[in-house]
Ligand binder design. Structure first.
Ligand SMILES: Cc1cc2nc3c(=O)[nH]c(=O)nc-3n(C[C@H](O)[C@H](O)[C@H](O)COP(=O)(O)OP(=O)(O)OC[C@H]3O[C@@H](n4cnc5c(N)ncnc54)[C@H](O)[C@@H]3O)c2cc1C
Length: 293
């Protein structure tokens, strides 16, 4: 299928993009890498009357690290995230997760801001942002505002952005020296959207998880922090305590059913990921071998 007719305008600056969004309101859509918007338009899931192309706004591109803060411009492509030495050093979780996004052709055009604004519940980046305690920087006619990632995702393809706001950047704390991360997902094929995934960040000291932010994706309409993981923090993790955490996780999750998996299958996969996560973070392979749900 082909998209319905639309008018196209290329923004000349961030200010100009916002003016265009204010002028056209809900009838307009921002075009970044086009890797989600164009398929949705071609399938007639979306039919905006105006396309505001921000693709050439170089001020929205780039990665910087300063004073313990990592800032990533909205137009930074997935491929740039993957190849960034700064992110490899200061946000290794993001780099690992990005390798699971689609294929090189899509990663060469798709942007981190587009991925977050699109807010697909099976996407890797939203869950990573919640795990990393990131802040989403939005700019609109009233100026700039900062939205914690925990409050940014509001439902399937729904965010806290208004129709006249542009996502301009993402800010996150640089990884502490004693922090570790885990990323895992189950997908039917490499590059497919995940059936279930888990992004986690932890501080590990003396074989204990002293802090743990474990966030699932693909199990809800938005990234879902695992409350059950809290029972593994600041204690010796044993097969018995892990088993209790898995039971609590099973009760906490109420995953949807679709063509890929039913709720019970998703719950099972989520438990497997939590076992792998604890095992990897604590570097204890026996937990993985013995703690299968
Ligand atoms: C075959 C295929 C497989 C894929 N697999 C995966 C996968 O496994 N995991 C995954 O996460 N993604 C996957 N994607 C999607 C890909 O990651 C997209 O790049 C991403 O979701 C959207 O980024 P984009 O820059 O292309 O945004 P666009 O498609 O241009 O825009 C997406 C949405 O966000 C809005 N938007 C974009 N930028 C901004 C901004 N700065 N401010 C406000 N609104 C904005 C647009 O208006 C639109 O509504 C896949 C895509 C394809 C085609």
């Amino acid at each position: 299928m082909k998209a319905s007719a639309f008018s196209y305008v290329r923004a000349t600056s961030v200010g100009n993009a916002i003016e265009l969004l204010v002028a056209h309101g809900e009838r307009a859509r921002v075009l970044a890498g086009g890797q989600s918007l164009m398929p949705a338009m071609n399938l007639r899931l979306l039919a905006p009357e105006w396309i505001v192309d921000i693709g050439r706004l170089s001020e929205l591109r780039g990665i910087s690290v300063s004073g313990g803060l990592v800032r990533i411009g909205a137009l930074t492509r997935h491929a740039d995230v993957l190849n960034s030495p700064e992110l490899a050093a200061h946000a290794p979780l993001l780099r690992q997760a990005t390798a699971h996004i689609a294929h090189p052709a899509i990663r060469n055009r798709g942007t981190i801001g587009g991925s977050l604004a699109h807010a697909d519940p099976a996407s890797e980046m939203p869950a990573c942002m919640v795990a990393l305690d990131a802040t989403i920087v939005a700019r609109g006619p009233a100026g700039e505002r900062r939205i914690p990632a925990t409050e940014f995702f509001c439902g399937i393809c729904q965010t806290a952005l208004s129709a006249s706001e542009l996502l301009v950047a993402i800010e996150l704390p640089a990884a502490a020296r004693n922090s570790s991360h885990f990323f895992g997902e189950f997908a039917r094929r490499q590059g497919d959207y995940a059936i279930v995934g888990l992004a986690a960040l932890a501080v590990v000291e003396n074989d204990r998880l002293n802090d743990l932010r474990a966030v699932f994706f693909g199990v809800s309409d938005r990234p879902q922090p695992a409350k059950a993981a809290a029972s593994l923090v600041k204690k010796a993790v044993t097969p018995a305590s892990l088993s209790r955490a898995l039971e609590a996780l099973g009760e906490e999750l109420d995953p949807p059913e679709d063509q890929q998996a039913n709720g019970a299958m998703r719950r099972h996969l989520a438990k497997l990921l939590l076992v792998r996560c604890a095992s990897k973070l604590l570097d204890r392979p026996e937990l993985h071998a013995g703690g299968r749900p």
